[in-house]
Ligand binder design. Structure first.
Ligand code: ADP
Length: 368
């Protein structure tokens, strides 16, 4: 097991930066996700850590060893890719044993390891099957076992669930976490899927246009997004545009004029009077009601905002009900999610009904 350290890594293709001054660390034994939209530089970063691509600038360390100039095979990494890359003519046993045979491991040791790995990935009895006789999920388990046979220092996953259907992705992501944790290996896992990263990662780096925008645990990213990009990417957030008209520095709260509505909003970063800001609000942090219950307003913190609007749309998703509400002079409808039994109560509301929107948590970001 090792700690992986990426220091100031940049990579350009032609004139465009695929990565720009990336710094990150995966502690010994941690499962770290690199999360970002398509084209943000995730695979480029993973390939640089694997030794499949040289950086233009910066260093990669495994513990105290500078591996930047070492080729992939000398870094001792195990990789699992999105496309299932098993050898089609070899059995499951021979696919898993492949790396060990190349390293001329004794036969009985290979045999013992393959059996242990089949047990680990829960495929005992599959030794003789060919890849074409495996489901997508089983094939990825074999690929993981194959990556593990060389006892790698680091495990690297590049969108390993990308080609699988939604149901299988849901179960296999937890299996991958279990397997990684059972081996105790340090793992880096690339994905564009926020829910996948949140479900399995100890720590997440969110990357956007080749730059790490923020690192944190899932809860830290969700509760304290540093930028509108992060807020939107991890929280499906409402964004209202506004201008700061007053500031309470002691409490770090701004009074913001959005349309012709005044809102009290906790601030993120350095914000001044006159600044244009985005107000980020998560759909689950909004309550919608036909009347305003003053007790609720008092019970919540004193920066609860109450706005009047009209119900535009109700969308029953299943686990929650999404309401869209038009508020006069705001550019876009506000989205609010209702969970639990309450969602059936709201179904009786009609589109066009007058409603109150109670915002009990929000954050203001400076508009760049
Ligand atoms: P991701 O894995 O997040 O989808 P990539 O790391 O594959 O992103 O790509 C980052 C950026 O670099 C993209 O804009 C992509 O088009 C560009 N890119 C990747 N590989 C090459 C290449 N071999 N030549 C030129 N541009 C590339």
């Amino acid at each position: 097991m090792v700690k992986v350290l990426v220091e100031n890594v940049s990579k350009k293709y032609g004139d465009t930066y695929a990565l720009r001054e990336v710094n990150m660390v995966a502690e010994d034994g941690a499962l770290v996700c690199i999360l970002g939209p398509s084209g943000s530089g995730k695979s480029t970063l993973l390939r640089i850590i694997a030794g499949l691509l040289p950086p233009d600038q910066g260093r990669v360390y495994f513990d105290d060893v500078d591996v930047t100039d070492l080729p992939a095979w000398r870094r001792n990494v195990g990789m699992v890719f999105q496309s299932i890359s098993l050898f089609p003519h070899l059995s499951v046993y021979d696919n898993i044993a492949f790396g060990a045979k190349l390293r001329k491991m004794p036969k009985d040791e290979i045999d013992r390891k393959v059996k242990d790995l089949l047990r680990l990935v829960r495929l005992d009895g599959y030794e003789k099957r060919k890849p074409r006789e495996l489901s997508g999920g089983e094939a990825q388990r074999v690929a993981i076992a194959r990556a593990l046979i060389i006892d790698p220092s680091v495990l690297l996953f590049d969108e390993p669930l990308g080609h699988l259907d939604a149901k299988l992705r849901e179960s296999l992501k937890f299996e991958i976490r279990r397997i990684v944790k059972e081996t105790g290996k340090t793992a880096l896992y690339v994905t564009h899927d926020q829910s996948e990263a949140f479900a399995i990662a100890d720590y997440i780096y969110v990357i956007n246009k080749g730059v790490i925008e923020q690192g944190g645990t899932p809860v830290e990213l969700y509760e304290n997004p540093k930028s509108p990009f992060i807020a939107e990417f991890v929280g499906n957030t409402n964004f209202l545009k506004g201008k700061v008209i007053e500031i309470n520095r002691d409490e770090h709260v701004a009074k913001v004029l959005a349309g012709d509505v005044e809102l009290f909003v906790p601030m993120r970063g350095d914000i001044n009077i006159g600044d244009n800001v985005f107000i980020g609000i998560k759909p689950e942090d909004i309550k919608v009601s036909k009347q305003v219950d003053e007790n609720i307003v008092k019970k919540e913190n004193r920066y609860v905002n109450v706005l009047e609007g009209k119900l535009l749309k109700k969308i029953f998703i299943g686990p929650y009900l999404r309401l869209e509400i038009v508020i006069d002079n705001l550019e876009e409808p506000v989205k609010a999610d209702v969970y639990g039994e309450d969602r059936y109560k709201y179904l009786s509301m009609n589109e066009g009904d007058k409603v109150y929107v109670l915002i009990h948590k929000s954050v203001a970001f400076k508009h760049s």
